[in-house]
Design a binder for this molecule. Structure first.
Ligand code: SF4
Ligand code: SF4
Length: 457
């Protein structure tokens, strides 16, 4: 195993949601809003009309394009609104399941059949990107990948949804990982977890002792952010240097998430489409932070109420982790299947916007896991020199946030890099870049011994 030298050690803040490994089951939401053009999935055409009755798991919309996946209802009730961008369902609180959801008698071993079933179940990457995973499986198959890495590292502060998922469903995750391996034609699968989840790794090993899936092993990795970044993870597990200018899949490795492996298990073994996932609802502002099942389209406020609301007003509410997540301005925002958590932060954990001049300390360079020079990228973008930004490999930035976290001058490095990527994209007529609306939490590190750069091992 290769140890990646850069990155940072972050405070974990995971204790409160790991006090119990139980996954809370919230009551049925009154209304859900399902987007029809979300991230890489869409546009989708509705297959229901206003007034139609639906069950949990009824297909709501699908695309004509083979790269998209259908979306399904997460409640039973009545379709109350259908428009170009969304479908709204009013719940009858009965949670009647669609008749298509039933245990599959025979599990196919044909890769093409598995991939089509995964597509039909609406499976997207549950690690945060929201990309339909059948496209990644097809790509991996045609590239002849050797390795599947199932990412259970969860290295961002506060998030513990993956950890409790493994603790509750180890056998299902092992079976899902094996299905992903068969579907993409890889020889081996590795379930990677950080060393702070030793009991999860031991549980996976003991379950596999009974299941005897010889192609899967568990690997424990150092606790370091961003250990779960695709490139870093592939390098650490395979002990090979990955070329940042080509995709990880084309270099023989497919990285999928533990939650995705669990979703694939449910899709194949139970014929259950994707309409719910586990999320962490946490942060110092919550009265009772916990891990819970979140249905697609549920307003964030309903999950916040399930955690007994806020003890004090948050300065920022984020979908995802504090390093890579996206701040939301409206608590009615519907949760989608790429949301790994809802984190509410008080004022003292939100970085100040008062930027100072770069002092050329080089800390950002020291921590960048992609070996970039963030300080030069910032300068290139600010003087509108796209050529220099490209020369310094702006597109290789994974937006992990390590540089902004350690920057003593509070320079919003990611925001500037994102702007630079957009400029380059516009000029090369390439695809758009997702936007982060907040800076990673420098203040988090300031609070905690062991988090500052000078103390990095
Ligand atoms: S430049 Fe990009 S990849 Fe490097 S530390 Fe900053 S955000 Fe991460
Ligand atoms: S960490 Fe901040 S102050 Fe230091 S070199 Fe990088 S951008 Fe400049």
């Amino acid at each position: 195993m290769k140890r990646f030298r850069k990155g940072i050690r972050l405070p974990e803040f995971k204790d409160r949601t790991l006090a119990s490994i139980q996954i809370h089951l919230p009551s049925s939401p009154s209304v859900v809003t399902i987007p029809l053009n979300h991230k890489a999935n869409g546009p989708l055409a509705p297959c229901v009309q206003e007034g139609d009755p639906v069950c949990v798991g009824t297909k709501l919309a699908e695309g004509s394009d083979q790269n998209s996946v259908p979306v399904y209802s997460s409640v039973s009730g009545c379709v109350s609104k259908v428009c170009q961008d969304l479908i709204q369902i009013e719940s009858d609180y009965a949670d009647r399941l669609d008749r298509s959801i039933k245990v599959r008698e025979e599990i196919p071993s044909d890769a093409s059949q598995l991939i089509e079933m995964i597509r039909e179940a609406g499976m997207v990457d549950l690690g945060g990107s929201g990309i339909p995973i059948h496209t990644r499986l097809l790509d991996a198959r045609s590239s002849g990948v050797e390795f599947v890495i199932v990412n259970g590292c969860e290295s961002e502060p506060f998030l513990t949804a993956d950890h409790v998922l493994v603790m509750n469903y180890p056998a299902e995750i092992l079976k899902g990982a094996e299905l992903i391996r068969i579907a993409c034609g890889a020889k081996r699968a590795v379930i990677a977890v950080e060393r702070n989840k030793r009991e999860a790794a031991e549980l996976l090993n003991s379950k596999n002792y009974n299941l005897k899936i010889k192609t899967i092993e568990t690997m424990m990795l150092p606790v370091r952010y961003p250990q779960d970044s695709e490139g870093v993870l592939a390098e650490t597990v395979t002990d090979k240097v990955m070329d940042p200018n080509s995709s990880i899949i084309s270099q023989g490795v497919l990285v999928e998430h533990v939650a995705t492996a669990f979703g694939v298990y449910e899709a194949i073994y139970l014929r259950k489409p994707l309409y719910e996932r586990v999320v962490t609802v946490s942060g110092p502002c919550f009265a009772e932070p916990k891990n819970m099942w979140a249905r697609t389209g549920v307003p964030a406020i309903e999950l916040i109420r399930e955690s007994k609301g806020f003890l004090r007003d948050p300065d920022r509410v984020i979908f995802g982790g504090p390093m890579t997540g996206q701040a939301i301005s409206d608590l009615q925002t519907p949760v989608t299947m790429d949301v790994t958590g809802i984190v509410a932060l008080p004022h003292e954990l939100v970085p100040s916007e008062e930027e100072e001049a770069c002092i050329r300390c080089g800390l950002c360079v020291d921590v960048c896991p992609e070996a970039l020079v963030p300080e030069t990228l910032v300068r290139a973008v600010r003087i509108h020199n796209d050529r220099l930004a490209q020369e310094y490999d702006i597109d290789a930035c994974t937006e992990c946030g390590c540089c902004a976290y350690v920057c003593p001058s509070k320079i919003p490095i990611i925001r500037v890099i994102q702007e630079g990527k957009r400029n380059v994209c516009e000029k090369t007529a390439s695809t758009s870049v997702p936007t982060l609306h907040h800076r990673p939490l420098r203040a988090v590190g300031a609070m905690t011994a062991g988090a500052s750069h000078s103390e990095l091992p």
